[in-house]
Design a protein around this ligand. Structure first.
Ligand code: EPU
Length: 302
């Protein structure tokens, strides 16, 4: 989708946004999969409502791209443009035991920054790739920690009202890999209320989680983390492993031989390859156990 031939390219510039025509989204996703479209990087959050209004009025469909780490994007020319807040280093401010974090901040960087201020609780999230905003949307979790448990306040842009709003943590529902946010809400920042813990203890806990993750997950390969959610009380990884699916592939899309719920791009996998692998694996599990696996990874179709 192109906005570039339209005069709104100039208007976007005046609103503090940069237009990157024909961006290949494979370069912005951890799976290394995705077609191309125009990408708009928004430098000033206060320009956001006007930019959205402009795109709506011009009939240009759009989607928000966070860290791209839990996302499968369709191949080829995409029928929507992509909006992005620039990824930033830092983006965390601490007052007492409250961390105010930009949604575009790196999740792992935020956890270690808080640790240096003796604020813990999120040690389990250390190796989860992606931005704080992405973690918030999915209520990311690992090793007994879920980010939602610490959310005190979220600043966001709501498409439904067209306004910047602040939600209190107690008014948001956080479930397993699911939240009550609107699908098109855009996060700007979050306030986290964290337990005080000595730095040395936090670092030790982080080290243990890192070690567990390195031992069980294909960290050096292109993936989107776990492809399916876990069924209640069970592990999809174990189920797929027991069905002998490790190493099973469609083109360059492969079930990891390290953790069976990670599907990796071993070279030049297309979205079609990955979808075919997902469907085949889902069918196998249904045939064997009558169980319908639910996808965890978000899919942007064209
Ligand atoms: N297992 C196997 N074979 C495999 C994978 C796992 O036998 O190929 C077994 C393990 O040996 C273990 C059990 O299954 O006994 C559970 O495995 P693991 O500890 O790796 O946890 P998981 O349930 O597979 C979940 C999250 C991960 C998170 C880990 C650690 C989901 C879908 N996955 O995985 O999150 O990192 O726990 O807390 O909830 C993600 O969401 O993208 C993700 C990777």
């Amino acid at each position: 989708m192109r906005v570039s031939p339209l005069p709104i390219g100039d208007i976007l510039r005046d609103l503090g946004a940069e237009l990157h025509p024909d961006s290949l989204l494979a370069e912005s996703t951890s799976l290394g999969i995705g077609g191309y479209t125009d990408r708009i990087v928004i430098r000033r959050c206060d320009g956001l409502p006007e930019i959205i209004r402009l795109l709506d009025d011009s009939g240009i469909p759009h989607r928000f791209l966070g860290g791209g780490t839990n996302l499968l994007v369709a191949d080829g020319e995409l029928p929507w443009v992509v909006l992005q807040l620039p990824s930033i280093r830092g983006g965390v401010e601490i007052t007492d035991n409250i961390a105010t974090v930009d949604a575009a901040a790196d999740l792992g960087g935020m956890v270690t920054f808080c640790a240096r201020h003796n604020l813990g609780g999120m040690e389990g999230l250390i190796g989860v790739p992606g931005s704080v905003g992405g973690a918030l949307r999915m209520n990311a979790g690992a090793y007994g920690t879920q980010i939602g448990a610490y959310v005190r306040e979220v600043r966001l842009f709501r498409r439904s009202t067209g306004a910047l709003e602040t939600l209190r943590g107690c008014d948001i529902r956080f479930d397993y890999r699911h939240t009550s946010f609107g699908l098109d809400d855009v996060f700007l920042s979050v306030k986290l209320e964290l337990p005080l813990r000595p730095y040395r203890e936090i670092v030790k806990a982080i080290g243990i989680c890192n070690q567990k993750r390195r031992a069980s997950q294909p960290l050096n390969q292109k993936s989107a983390g776990c492809i399916f959610k876990n069924p209640p009380g069970s592990s999809t990884g174990r189920i797929l492993d027991e069905l002998g699916l490790k190493g099973f592939r469609v083109g360059d899309a492969m079930v990891s031989d390290r953790h069976a719920n990670f599907f990796v791009n071993t070279g030049h996998a297309s979205c079609a390859d990955m979808l075919a692998l997902i469907e085949t694996v889902r069918d196998r599990v249904f045939a064997a156990h009558g169980l319908e696996l639910e996808r965890e990874v978000i899919f942007w179709e064209n």
